[in-house]
Design a binder for this molecule. Structure first.
Ligand code: QAP
Ligand code: CO
Length: 173
């Protein structure tokens, strides 16, 4: 297995809309395994393929405390079961260091394929519902910062751009 590089806001590749996975084959399973490893290494609870520059509709999540329950969703489809707004302080591996309150639907139904290409469904509430809505947004080129005010988004963008510039340039003497 190998770690993948996580793209960071405002990288334009995070804005691409991912295409459906045609067949869940060994090459797809290999990417999913590398995504799970990458998510654990970065101490995340969710990672969408878009974030590792793979523009296919698939994502991984693990909301357990001890990396014990990796979940895989290929071609996920969402139905809102309860649109009651639910606020949660969200972060994102592609927006490192920033957490802001975002409002999502309280309860959703997810239909997806598993790592064998078999269909399954789950009803999600709480952090699971928040996380899956956040990750599916990535597949559509959306980020949690899009729900913030333009001012807050611009502030985060400028700070991350500055960090990226400093990471690229050699250390000053
Ligand atoms: C999305 O986010 C999410 O800034 C997954 O320095 C977040 O895994 C869904 C992370 C909250 C629901 C609630 C962020 C790690 C991880 C950072 C993540 C950081 C290190 C974010
Ligand atoms: Co994210």
């Amino acid at each position: 297995m190998s770690l993948m590089t996580i793209l960071e806001f405002p990288d334009p590749r995070l804005r691409k809309v991912a295409a459906p996975v045609a067949v869940v084959d060994d090459s797809i399973r290999e990417i999913l395994d590398n995504m799970i490893e990458t998510m654990y290494d970065a101490e995340g609870i969710g990672l969408a393929a878009t974030q590792v520059n793979v523009h296919k509709r698939m994502l991984v999540m693990d909301i357990s405390e001890d990396h014990a329950e990796p979940m895989i969703f290929v071609n996920p489809e969402i139905t809102v079961l309860d649109p009651e707004p639910m606020g949660y302080e969200e972060g994102c591996l592609s927006v490192p260091g920033y957490y802001e309150m975002v409002t999502r639907h309280r309860k959703v139904l997810i239909k997806a394929l598993d790592r064998n290409g078999d269909p399954f469904e789950i009803e999600a509430e709480g952090i699971l519902a928040v996380c899956i809505q956040h990750e599916i947004d990535h597949l559509d080129g959306k980020l949690f910062v899009d729900y913030l005010s333009a001012l807050k988004r611009q502030r985060i963008k400028s700070k991350l751009e500055k960090e990226h510039r400093q990471q690229k340039s050699p250390t000053p003497a």
